[in-house]
Design a protein around this ligand. Structure first.
Ligand code: IDP
Ligand code: MG
Length: 166
């Protein structure tokens, strides 16, 4: 089976409900390798870019607020998993998008809910195909944050202001 990389996000409801350990334990059933991880405060720019293909949906605005942590905690844990058939293996354990329809033994089925406002609080994001995984991993991670090069890299001079320790 082909080795693939896939982006996982533990969304703010998962962090607020202290589900990180449970989610990672479930994902460890896949026997895939974790090759990157970080905890991120999601800006509106990042959230909008991540979900740009849903821009025209009626739930888009609430979805952006949800990913930014406006309803829970302002943080998301981002991870890259790598190994044979990684994308489908992870998606299968995540379960269906709608947490009420997801298999009850899946992560979303076990821990997700739909709020009275109609927001799908489904705990986890996972890439659906190789193109999406590439776009998303490049959006969330820099090459040096991943333990090996999952895509080709180049060296560029990037001049920008950066916050440093005082
Ligand atoms: P996926 O996360 O299973 O790949 P997508 O269709 O890519 O599903 O949708 C991205 C996210 O948008 C979902 O995980 C969920 O948080 C939210 N979402 C999708 N469809 C709906 C909906 O009908 N109502 C509310 N939120 C939705
Ligand atoms: Mg999707």
């Amino acid at each position: 089976m082909k080795n693939q990389q896939t982006l996982i996000l533990i969304k703010p409801d998962g962090l607020k409900k202290s589900l990180t350990g449970n989610v990672l334990t479930r994902l460890s059933e896949t026997k895939l390798d974790i090759i990157a991880t970080k905890t991120v405060q999601v800006t509106s720019k990042l959230a909008e870019e991540h979900y740009k293909y849903l821009k025209d949906k009626p739930f888009y605005k609430e979805l952006i607020k949800y990913l930014m942590g406006e309803f829970h905690k302002k943080k998301v844990m981002a991870l890259v998993y790598w190994g044979p058939d990684a994308i489908n293996k992870v998606r299968n354990i995540c379960g269906a998008t709608n947490p009420e329809e997801a298999d009850s033994v899946s992560i979303r089925g076990a821990y997700g809910r739909i709020t009275t406002k109609g927001v799908y609080e489904n705990v986890i994001h996972a890439s659906t195909n190789e193109e999406e995984a590439e776009r998303e991993i490049k959006l969330w991670f820099k090459p040096d944050e991943i333990i090996f090069d999952v895509y080709p890299t180049k060296t560029a001079t990037v001049k920008k202001k950066e916050r440093v320790w005082a």
